[in-house]
Design a protein around this ligand. Structure first.
Ligand SMILES: [Fe+2]
Ligand SMILES: [Fe+2]
Length: 274
């Protein structure tokens, strides 16, 4: 059976693009909407007016493949087989794919912020789409495609849990989930250096550099909203994390150097570490 070819999106309204993206379950369509919106921004054609109600987060769609699994049921794979390496890059591709949706959802769901907020998260959505595409090409070289392995089913949970709370969204998505990438990616890069796999080293290095920027934007907007609401960013960050993780702190070790560049304060890092 021939699958219908999606009609290319033509709107230059950011929120119409966001709604089309979040309602789609076609990977190709989601990527093309993202690049289209970014191109509209680059050409100065993007409009930011919105006059429709926000879709409930429960209506956000995802592709039928990969099959989503609870993390504890995911098969453990090591980097000493080609299938293990493919499974590793598939897991990263999935993180990047969900990251596109996370950036779109952030700019779609939370309104009345400065124009730069929407521009920043669209630029980030587009970078996440590029990361996903690069990883998909990389995966193809190993003989696999995105969707060939099961994937972590919990990455969207933080978005659902923070759909009504911008500060919690910023604290938990860019400043916890994405920030974790800054802690763990340098060691992964070293592993591929050890395997003399220069393509993987270059790809992971490119992603890490961009991710520092994403977390930095997360920190910037987190602090901006705290200031707007007259809230202390340090104590509020602690409160949000302790509430969300039921009294526990996220696991370290933390990459202090990269997290500082990404807008963490020494006080926040001291608290996370002790
Ligand atoms: Fe990314
Ligand atoms: Fe990111």
């Amino acid at each position: 059976m021939m699958l219908p070819i999606p009609t290319p999106i033509t709107t230059s309204n950011l929120f119409e693009c966001a709604e089309a993206f979040l309602s789609s379950s076609s990977i190709d369509e989601m990527l093309s909407i993202t690049h289209h919106a970014k191109q509209q921004l680059d050409e100065g054609k993007l409009s930011f007016s919105f006059n429709k109600p926000v879709l409930p987060i429960e209506l956000v769609q995802f592709p039928v493949k990969p099959e989503l699994m609870a993390p504890r049921n995911m098969p453990k794979r090591k980097l000493n087989t080609s299938e293990g390496i493919a499974a590793f890059f598939h897991a990263i591709a999935h993180i990047e794919f969900v990251a596109i949706s996370l950036a779109w959802d952030l700019l779609y769901r939370f309104r009345d912020l400065p124009l730069e907020f929407y521009q920043d998260w669209l630029i980030i959505a587009d970078e996440e789409a590029q990361h996903f595409e690069l990883l998909n090409i990389h995966l193809l070289k190993t003989g696999y495609l995105y969707g060939d392995f099961p994937a972590h089913g919990g990455l969207w949970d933080h978005a659902i849990d923070t759909a009504d709370d911008l500060l919690a969204r910023l604290a938990l998505v860019p400043r916890c989930m994405e920030a974790r990438g800054l802690d763990v990616t340098p060691a992964m890069i070293d592993k591929f250096k050890g395997l003399e796999d220069n393509d993987s080293v270059a790809l992971l290095t490119r992603i890490l550099t961009d991710e520092v920027g994403h977390v930095e934007r997360g920190s910037f907007w987190y602090k901006f909203v705290c200031q707007q609401q007259g809230i202390d960013p340090n104590s509020n960050y602690q409160d949000i994390l302790l509430r969300y993780y039921k009294g526990k702190k996220p696991k370290g070790p933390f990459n202090r150097e990269l997290r500082i560049i990404a807008g963490f304060s020494h006080a926040e890092l001291d608290w996370l570490e002790h």
